[in-house]
Design a protein around this ligand. Structure first.
Ligand code: C2E
Ligand code: MN
Ligand code: MN
Length: 396
């Protein structure tokens, strides 16, 4: 199994520049022996390293690194199974960067060479100094894609059920980054009572299998940078052994990459059976599927769940978003989540954004992705029209 560890550390002040090339050469040598690939940055004070390879090799390498007295405060920011290497060709050649090489690294990080958005955003965060809690800002730019008309989807249903779609918009890219599929009955409402009435196994089966329709409806309209987000009860992939294969198969039938699927699970459900959840979720991630923590801040043990299971995406609950412009506590909380997520390469989405004041405040706190009535309401069997105007009107 392939594994990736990303950590930062501080250089021991006793180590002057002279040893840096020594560190670089020694690590390049050791890494090529164990077939470890990755990259190493140094900004004058901090090291930032990505190591990837077979699990045991990465572990051994990292053990050695941890005990190296030339640095301290070794802080892991990512440690998980991965689907493929981000730096397959960066075997022994590592980049040692000082301020003079900054521009080169920036160019490298913006290049197409880096496929993983997560790693790119972690590196960008290090390079731009956001690492050190420096000021962030969100630029509200003009949309590059014009999603200005309603797209009607095919009328396939799953029994009596179908889906409404709601876009998640990216204010910096100026486009729709994903569509969330929301289950609907014939009356176009979420069938909460029906789902509750089903015995557990039937409920999980229904939840999982209905996603065949959720994915296939939207698939023909997804651009390669866009994803579809589905909601699942964790039971749907914890209790059904074939769930991962089922989902991957649906993606492949619809000519989508696994990376174009996001599974949203709510925090309350994650903590119910945490160990099993983590194992199954990691298995899905290894295949490239992203996991989002839905309804974050809706009233559970938020931070400890995050520490035990950092997701790929956090969706801030409408509770945190509502009237945030007038609420210092909410602002401080959201600001902390943004800080945390920036460092860990987690994408943050603000859900349920209904008015421009909320948007302006969230954007100033560093949020870049939004979902809510302000942009588009969920559209039954269709992809809705997006109201972009709010971005420009609330730009500061
Ligand atoms: P959710 O995943 O948090 O979905 C967002 C909910 O917020 C949706 O309600 C959406 O209509 C609503 N919403 C979106 N923008 C706004 C806004 O600006 N203001 C307000 N007040 N609300 C907004 P919906 O569709 O009724 O879904 C309710 C919940 O049902 C979802 O919450 C999700 O947890 C669950 N759900 C939906 N589809 C599925 C599914 O296929 N499987 C499972 N297991 N759960 C689902
Ligand atoms: Mn959701
Ligand atoms: Mn939600």
């Amino acid at each position: 199994m392939l594994r990736q560890i990303i950590y930062t550390s501080k250089v021991n002040p006793k180590n002057e520049k002279a040893c840096l090339s020594e560190i670089s050469q020694a690590s390049a040598h050791n890494n090529s022996l164990r077939n470890i690939t990755g990259i190493l940055f140094f900004d004058g004070k901090h090291f930032f390293q990505i190591l990837e390879g077979f699990s045991q090799d990465v572990e051994k390498t990292f053990d050695r690194i941890k005990n190296d007295i030339r640095h301290y405060e070794v802080t892991i920011i990512f440690d998980a199974a991965i689907r493929s290497r981000d730096f397959p060709d960066w075997n022994s050649s590592m980049v040692m960067t000082e301020v003079s090489e900054w521009e080169y690294v920036k160019t490298f990080c913006n290049s197409a060479e880096l496929k993983s958005r997560k790693v790119t955003s972690i590196i960008n965060s290090f390079i731009s100094g956001r690492w050190n809690s420096e000021k962030r800002f969100t630029k509200l730019s003009r949309p590059v894609t014009n999603h200005s008309k309603v797209v009607n989807l095919n009328e396939r249903s799953y029994g009596n059920f179908s889906f409404a779609y709601q876009p998640i918009v990216d204010s910096v890219q100026g486009n729709v980054s994903s569509y969330e599929a929301l289950l609907r009955d014939r009356d176009k409402v979420f069938p909460a009572k029906y789902i509750e009435s089903l015995p557990a196994q039937q409920k999980y089966h229904f939840d999982l299998h209905s996603k065949e329709v959720a994915i296939s409806k939207v698939a023909p309209y997804l651009e390669s940078h866009q994803a579809v987000s589905i909601n699942l009860l964790p039971g749907a992939f914890i209790d059904i052994d074939s769930a991962a294969d089922f989902i991957l198969n649906q993606m492949s039938i619809n000519s989508l990459e696994p990376e174009q699927l996001i599974i949203e699970v709510t925090e309350s459900e994650i903590i119910r059976d945490f160990q099993r959840f983590k194992a199954k979720a990691d298995a899905l991630r290894t295949k490239g599927i992203l996991i989002a923590m839905d309804d974050f801040g809706a009233g559970y043990a938020g931070l400890s769940t995050l520490a035990n299971f950092p997701p790929d995406k956090i969706k801030l609950d409408r509770n945190l978003v509502f009237n945030i412009q007038n609420d210092g506590v909410k602002q401080a909380l959201v600001s902390a989540v943004v800080e945390f997520s920036t460092k860990l390469g987690i994408i943050v989405v603000a859900e349920g954004v209904e008015d421009k004041e909320e948007l302006r405040c969230l954007a100033n706190l560093g949020i870049q992705r939004f979902q809510g009535y302000l942009f588009a309401k969920p559209c039954y069997d269709c992809l809705p029209f997006v109201t972009w105007e709010s971005f420009f009107e609330s730009a500061v």
